[in-house]
Design a protein around this ligand. Structure first.
Ligand SMILES: [Zn+2]
Length: 268
């Protein structure tokens, strides 16, 4: 080892460390499908993964994330082994990518019955700016609006500000009504949960609740308030929630089917 290390020092190249920094190692490869299509993909090594995982990521495309001890040829073989799966999933993934790429001209916030017109103005300004005209319900993005990813990020930030304006006062009113008081209220951008209640009595609400019907938003809020007394989904919890809202079962069912009302730009 020593002579190599010495040589690398002379060449001015950093010698390989005994414990390589694996978290930032990645390769770009191309998969050839049987029908002639080609799919570019990335291989990324991550010390937090125990087993390799192949996934479609809306931002990065097809990605294989693997533990650091795997070698590149092994991982390429693994992706090739899943060629049929990739071929089957590809059309759905491309459709989602296209839909995500479309920027909204109207944003309908069903929770508060507000419809916002969105305007995109390309200017020389180096950064994207958001101007929100509340009385007229008009939202204007100006600057480098050709950068759709930046526009989506700006729209999501705007959405979170609207959620901050609308949801906490609403939860406060329900807290008064039910005499169930959270220790704190926070708005989050979450992909998988509409709300959560911590052991310290804090309630988190998903900003995307703004895309749901008011009845469902109210249900999520009552559900989380009820967790203040019952930090579980026991029969006692459901009975208490049913007393607060007799249509609990209806709302619960509707909510399970309610991922689609959230537009894709807000999800990713
Ligand atoms: Zn729950």
């Amino acid at each position: 080892m020593a002579p190599i290390r010495k040589l690398l020092d002379i060449l001015g190249i950093a010698p390989p460390s005994r414990q390589p920094a694996t978290h930032d190692r990645h390769w770009h490869e191309t998969l050839h499908l049987e029908d002639g299509r080609q799919v570019d993909y990335a291989i990324r090594l991550s010390s937090t993964r125990r087993t390799p995982r192949l996934k479609f990521d809306t931002r990065q495309g097809l990605v294989l994330v693997a533990p650091p001890h795997f070698k590149r040829p092994q991982l390429i073989a693994l992706v090739e082994h899943h060629r049929d799966w990739v071929a089957r999933r590809l059309p759905d993934f491309q459709r989602i990518q296209q839909e995500v790429a479309i920027l909204p001209e109207v944003i309908l916030l069903k929770a508060c019955a507000e419809s916002w017109l969105v305007e995109y103005r390309s200017t020389q300004h180096p950064t994207l700016r958001t101007h929100s005209n509340e009385p007229q319900r008009r939202l204007r993005l100006s600057g480098p609006v050709e950068d759709h990813e930046a526009c989506r990020r700006a729209l999501r930030r705007w959405l979170m500000r609207q959620a901050q304006r609308i949801l906490p006062p609403w939860l406060d009113r329900l807290a008064e009504e039910t005499a169930l008081h959270p220790s704190r209220i926070a708005i989050r951008h979450q992909r998988k949960r509409w709300g959560s209640c911590s052991t310290t009595g804090g309630i988190n609400l998903n900003g995307n609740l703004l895309f749901l019907e008011p009845d469902l938003v109210r249900y999520v809020m009552l559900h989380e308030l009820c967790h203040l007394n019952h930090p579980n989904h026991s029969p006692h919890f459901w009975a208490a929630l049913h007393r607060l809202d007799p249509r609990t079962e209806d709302w619960h069912r509707q909510l399970r089917a309610a991922t689609m009302p959230v537009p894709l730009w807000a999800q990713y």
